[in-house]
Design a protein around this ligand. Structure first.
Ligand code: PMP
Length: 355
């Protein structure tokens, strides 16, 4: 039996989008392939509120995280973390021999503008990574305030991880001054996993030109130059199946209307937070609670594994907490094409199980 997924990615994909994955192949060096990639770029620019070039990568989001930090760090990267995916940037830097320092918030707390200010004021860093929406803890960082600080440092490249929030909440890339805004398909965009997307600024491109060893497959400068000079083509063979589906899903997203979509996500988040506060406790402070997933403190000491097993019998799946929070929290995602009605049904099932 298929379980309805309330896990923070991969998400359920609507049948019509899945069907688009089965579109007959085209040559990846054809005009049709260029047109497909251009069409995706134009629509992604709307979703990201940017005029900057859009790069596609046949990888998951981690691929473009690696490509960004490796291609654009000239001196040293400042990595801010509020959970496992923030830390991942640091692991990637270490694996690639890139100088980087990790700045972690207390567990459950956000990255603050003050922390970022203190670190950037040292003048040691030329790239900063921020996780917009930390999927492991359900924290949505105060990105507007953080961005205001980063804007004061014109040499610093700002890389923002929006893997689990893009298309689920408003992220105005150009207004925020984000140089590399990274996302992947399997979360709020509502597609199968396997493709990552980022916007790239002139500043990030110039930074990459100064980095001698950018690797090969994830070299953002090469990706950028192919996109620009080769009329929206990809340096190797991209996942055309994902591209067909993404192009179609972006139409659906734009037809829903971005503001409507963000409101739908917000309403689902607010509903889940109210429920969590009645039945349990919210894990992050409400001001920093994510709009695409809710992390609930397991104050009743339930076995999260048993809860999920019972939900599974009823056709639903949620996520346990991440890492050290595995049994202390559980996570309910409400993103992509999920509706408030579907979410209410899930929460009623949980109420029934724990009563
Ligand atoms: N960042 C965040 C916030 C994530 O949630 C994830 C995936 N869970 C990643 C990065 C890594 O993305 P991917 O799995 O697409 O490589």
């Amino acid at each position: 039996m298929h379980k309805k997924l309330f896990i923070p990615g991969p998400v359920d994909v609507t049948p019509d989008v899945l069907e688009k994955m089965g579109t007959p192949m085209i040559g990846h060096r054809t005009k049709d392939a260029s047109n497909l990639q251009r069409s995706i770029s134009e629509k992604m620019q709307k979703v990201m509120f940017t005029n900057k070039p859009i790069l596609l990568s046949t990888s998951s989001g981690t691929g473009l995280m690696e490509g960004s930090i490796r291609s654009c760090t000239r001196k040293r990267a400042a990595v801010f973390s509020v959970g496992a995916f923030g830390k991942r940037w640091h692991e990637i830097a270490e694996a690639n021999g890139i100088p980087a320092d990790l700045f972690e918030s207390e567990i459950g707390a956000p990255t603050t503008p003050e922390m970022v200010e203190e670190v950037l004021a040292t003048g040691k860093y030329d790239l900063v990574t921020i996780t917009h929406n930390e999927t492991s803890t359900g924290i949505m960082n105060p990105v507007e305030a953080i961005a205001e600080v980063i804007k004061k440092y014109p040499d610093v490249v700002f890389a923002l991880d929006t893997v689990s929030s893009m298309a689920g909440t408003k992220i105005e890339v150009d207004q925020l001054g984000v140089d590399l805004c990274i996302t992947s398909t399997q979360k709020a965009l509502g597609l199968p996993p396997g493709m990552a997307i980022c916007s790239i600024s002139e500043k990030a491109i110039e930074a990459a030109r100064q980095v001698p060893n950018r690797g090969y497959y994830l070299d953002l400068l090469a990706l950028y130059e192919y996109t620009q000079k080769k009329d929206h083509q990809y340096p190797s063979t991209p996942s055309l199946s994902h591209m067909f589906a993404l192009n179609y899903q972006l139409d659906r997203i734009l037809e829903e209307g971005l503001e409507n979509r963000f409101q739908r996500h917000l309403k689902m988040a607010q509903y889940t937070r109210c429920w969590a506060k009645e039945q349990f406790e919210l894990f992050p402070k409400e001001a920093y609670a994510s709009n695409t997933l809710t992390t609930v403190k397991n104050t009743k000491g339930l076995s999260v594994a048993d809860l999920n097993k019972e939900l599974g019998k009823r056709g639903y799946s949620i996520s346990n907490g991440y890492g050290s929070l595995k049994e202390k929290t559980f996570r309910i995602a409400h993103m992509a094409d999920t509706t408030l009605e579907e979410l209410k049904t899930l929460l009623k099932e949980i109420d029934d199980i724990i009563k």
